[in-house]
Design a protein around this ligand. Structure first.
Ligand code: IFM
Length: 471
């Protein structure tokens, strides 16, 4: 993969670029992050940044419908304009390159590139072709996610992920994209966070399409994983040189006490968050404990499905944000017992870097065929303000430093982690929380679309510049 992103660094504040500010970010000299082949990049997703939802033949997605439904998204926000990236992509890629970031993880909006009859939408496709070619010119490694939650509404109208046919439509979409974009993509991820699509979308209704039934969640998950498994050989056939994988969000669950019931609750939390996805992918079976948690919710699985789902992967993308402290709910499951006096982010999520290390080292023991790992998302939301042209996001700087140290510890414990993507390149539409929660390392003023590089991004850039300069 290309790894020599051009670095103008003209977005840095003079004090940082001269190295005269104290630096609370730079990893210690013995950190694996200094290895030049450890990819450091940033991530975004189509619906969260693109806007232009009615332009050039884009069809409605489930998130257009959901966010237009009163009460579903904070302050009634929608992705209609978002960061206006569809029109500002060139400047955004220049910004990414000027920060010296070596990788960019983006997603493709399925409703932008394919019509309801499965025919290509040339204008939508051209947008991604231009963007990917520009990344290539700049030497930035591209990670492309095919599905980051913006399902075409016409497919939801036919049952969405509850309809097995959607998995086959996803394979068709994958075929089109990988034929059209072959040679411009370094790594393909089929799905982003199927847990969120299945559980938040169909299990508790907090995300689009807003259905709430555990049985729906397990069936939607099965069809999502089937879609993934059908897509992998398609990608291998059409774009052999690229890497192929999937991105899973993972959660650390710790027990509120030493009691056997609470220990079991923490185990079940991790089954529900992690094994539900990773066992089918890496062992070809669902964890039986899942159905202890949700009795009677076994999905309909046809002969051969589990083999399809367990197609070998070139990489596993891991998104990590927080841990949950849990206790037994007195029945089959767990309940959240929020700890007091711990550090939290604007989302209310606990900052717990050790969880990332512990999960990674645990996966290495559990899954003998664990593929190479990229941390495809990690970051935090904070209520950042631009003051005198600068954003001092001190908590994020510390958060990133500590999580990167956890990644280093996992690598030193033998886990093959090859890269890390900041979530996110810029503030964006944070789903049910709209624009209030700011995850970017670049601030976006939504009234003017002005981008302001936050101090965290300046420090990451400074580190990358130093690493690049090393012989
Ligand atoms: O913004 C999301 C992203 O789309 C998927 N992973 C978690 C992020 C923060 O909630």
């Amino acid at each position: 993969m290309a790894n020599d992103a051009s670095a103008a660094f003209d977005t840095l504040s003079p004090a940082v670029s001269k190295g005269s500010l104290a630096d609370p970010f730079t990893p210690p000299a013995d950190s694996s992050l200094w290895r030049k082949n450890f990819l450091l990049g940033a991530a975004t997703a189509s619906y969260q940044i693109e806007g232009a939802v009615d332009e050039d033949g884009r069809l409605p997605s489930i998130w257009d419908t959901f966010s237009a439904t009163p009460g579903k998204v904070l302050a009634g926000d929608t992705g209609a304009v978002a960061c206006d990236h569809y029109h500002r992509w060139e400047a955004d890629i220049d910004m990414l390159a000027s920060l010296g970031l070596e990788g960019y993880r983006l997603s493709i909006a399925w409703p932008r590139v394919m019509d309801a009859a499965g025919r290509p939408n040339r204008k939508g496709l051209d947008f991604y072709k231009r963007l990917l070619n520009r990344l290539k010119e700049k030497g930035i490694t591209s990670f492309v996610t095919l599905y980051h939650w913006d399902l075409p509404q016409h497919l939801e109208d036919r049952g969405g992920w509850l309809n097995r046919d959607t998995a086959y439509r996803f394979a068709d979409y994958t075929d089109l994209m990988s034929r059209e974009l072959a040679g411009t993509v370094d790594a393909w991820a089929t799905l982003n966070e199927p847990w969120c699509s299945a559980y938040l979308g169909y299990g508790n209704g907090h995300h689009a399409p807003g259905l709430a039934n555990d049985r729906f969640a397990t069936q939607a998950m099965h069809h999502l994983l089937l879609a993934h498994g059908l897509a992998i050989p398609v990608l291998r056939g059409n774009d052999p040189a690229s890497q192929k994988g999937i991105v899973a969000n993972i959660g650390r669950g710790t027990a509120n006490s030493d009691s056997a019931a609470d220990q079991r609750a923490a185990h079940l939390f991790e089954v529900q968050h992690n094994a539900w996805i990773l066992d089918p992918l890496l062992k070809g079976e669902y964890p039986l404990d899942l159905f202890e948690l949700w009795p009677g919710t076994e999905p309909l699985v046809l002969d051969g499905d589990m083999q399809t789902i367990a197609a070998p992967l070139d990489f596993l993308g891991i998104n990590y944000y927080f841990r949950m402290n849990v206790a037994s709910d007195g029945a089959h499951g767990f309940r959240d017992v929020p700890l007091e006096g711990v550090e939290r982010t604007q989302m209310g999520w606990e900052v717990y870097p050790d969880g990332l290390r512990d999960l990674l080292t645990g996966f290495k023991k559990t899954y003998r065929n664990l593929p190479p790992i990229y941390i495809t998302e990690n970051g935090m939301a904070s209520d950042d303000k631009v003051i005198d042209g600068h954003v001092d996001d001190a908590q994020r700087i510390s958060f990133l430093k500590r999580h990167l140290a956890a990644v280093d510890q996992a690598i030193k414990a033998g886990v093959d982690v090859r890269g890390y993507f900041l979530w996110s390149l810029m503030d964006n539409f944070e789903w049910a929380f709209g624009y209030e929660r700011r995850f970017g390392v670049v601030h976006v003023d939504y009234s003017t679309q002005k981008r302001t590089v936050k101090r965290s991004a300046e420090l990451v850039a400074k580190f990358l510049k130093e690493r690049k300069a090393r012989v």
